[in-house]
Write a protein that binds this ligand. Structure first.
Ligand code: 9MR
Length: 377
């Protein structure tokens, strides 16, 4: 571990002492996961609150202690990297890459194309692709992928395409690039990523979830994956985001219903049947509908986490578990559809003061109980 991490570790102990908190003794979560051939990591954001986790030295030390790899929460998205059509800005992404290097952490990339116009830079919506739009759009896309993937050759994996299936229809979303290039857009992204990042695992990432309301979404993702496989696109795995909790119908629920589990397994079995590996890429638990009482709420969050991880770790194809942040204070969910009582949400393994919560132990226990598998090289 590099000197920065040691210094930050001391800062964390200081912060923990000041708040009366303590990091759990023993191994970090990645060390526990590794014994089973799994890696553990977290998203981290550089920027304005609540995405400013990276500026918190205690938080950086927590990442170094618990994680084997990190992923930028927003810093590889087009709207951050491409402030204008002709200009790249790598400042934030480079800070994260330097931190990962100094701390001995791996990096995974999110995402080469978030194929949703609402998350594309504004200039793209009105961009003039000229008299030969097909060629121009393909050039813009492939140049972007080559530039970004080429700058970070250390990437362990890339979410090549994120969220291109419309949950309402199961079809591909209507987007600037999709309208010009059609479904071949997705193939182009994977082939270009393979050439630009030959060592990285290539992922399709989406938020299809448990429950009947998500059936179309799951079916649409299967259709997309089947098409990619049939056309020999270089795809290694499905990224299952794992934003769980939102669809639970009872505040007391700590397990997914048998029917939901069965449907979910049928979906994952299909993915496995295509020869694809699996990742959980953005785990968190939305506690919006759960009781206000903190011990009760934390128990529910931990229960759902354990249930989900037990189910998923049963698949030897599951190679990584990434949480969408380590501490409640920095969760995107704080700013998204608040609880009716206005209380801060508690979706992540550590609380706002960086004290470990029951969810942290649920993750460790799920790793300890998991069957061994062959790790990704
Ligand atoms: O957590 C991210 C939040 O900070 C951003 O404002 C938002 C828009 O860029 O994206 C959030 O992360 C999303 C991820 O990139 C893709 N899956 C859903 C995540 C939560 O919305």
């Amino acid at each position: 571990m590099g000197s920065i991490s040691r210094r930050e570790m001391l800062a964390l102990s200081g912060a923990a002492l000041a708040s009366g908190a303590a990091a759990p003794a023993g191994e970090g979560l990645d060390a526990v996961a590794r014994k089973k051939g799994v890696r553990f990591g977290s998203a981290v954001g550089v920027g304005t609150p609540p995405n400013s986790a990276f500026d918190d030295p205690g938080y950086r030390a927590l990442l170094a202690r618990e994680c084997g790899l990190i992923v930028a929460e927003n810093e590889h998205k087009w709207y951050v990297l491409r402030p204008a059509a002709e200009r790249y800005d790598f400042a934030h992404a480079d800070r994260l890459a330097a931190f990962a290097r100094e701390s001995g952490l791996g990096l995974r990339g999110h995402t080469l194309l978030w194929n949703r116009d609402e998350w594309s830079p504004k200039w793209l919506a009105t961009h003039d692709f000229g008299p030969r739009p097909r060629q121009a759009a393909e050039r813009m896309l492939t140049e972007h992928i080559r530039t970004v993937a080429g700058r970070y050759p250390q990437m362990d994996s890339w979410d090549v395409v994120n969220e291109t299936v419309d949950p309402a229809t199961g079809e591909l979303r209507e987007t600037v690039f999709g309208r010009i290039l059609g479904p071949e857009l997705i193939d182009i992204c994977f082939h270009t990523a393979k050439a630009a990042a030959p060592k990285a695992k290539l992922i399709y990432n989406d938020y299809m979830n448990f429950g009947p309301a998500e059936a179309k979404h799951r079916a649409g993702v299967l259709k997309l994956l089947e098409r990619l496989k049939a056309r020999n696109a270089p795809i290694d795995a499905l990224g299952i985001q794992g934003h769980i909790g939102g669809g639970v119908d009872s505040p007391d629920m700590t397990r997914f219903s048998p029917a939901d589990q069965r449907d979910w397994r049928a979906f994952v079995d299909e993915v496995r049947g295509m020869g694809l590996d699996l990742l959980i890429t953005e785990l968190d638990v939305n506690d919006k509908a759960m009781p206000a009482d903190i011990p009760q709420r934390d128990a529910r969050v931990a229960g759902l986490t354990r249930d989900f991880l037990d189910l998923m770790l049963d698949y030897r194809e599951l190679k990584q578990v990434i949480v969408w942040g380590m501490a409640d204070r920095y969760s995107w969910l704080q700013g998204t559809s608040p609880r009716p009582d206005g209380l801060p949400k508690r979706p992540l393994p550590y609380d706002a003061e960086l004290r470990a919560k029951p969810m942290r132990e649920a993750i460790a226990a799920a790793f300890r109980a998991a069957p061994e598998r062959k790790a990704w090289a």
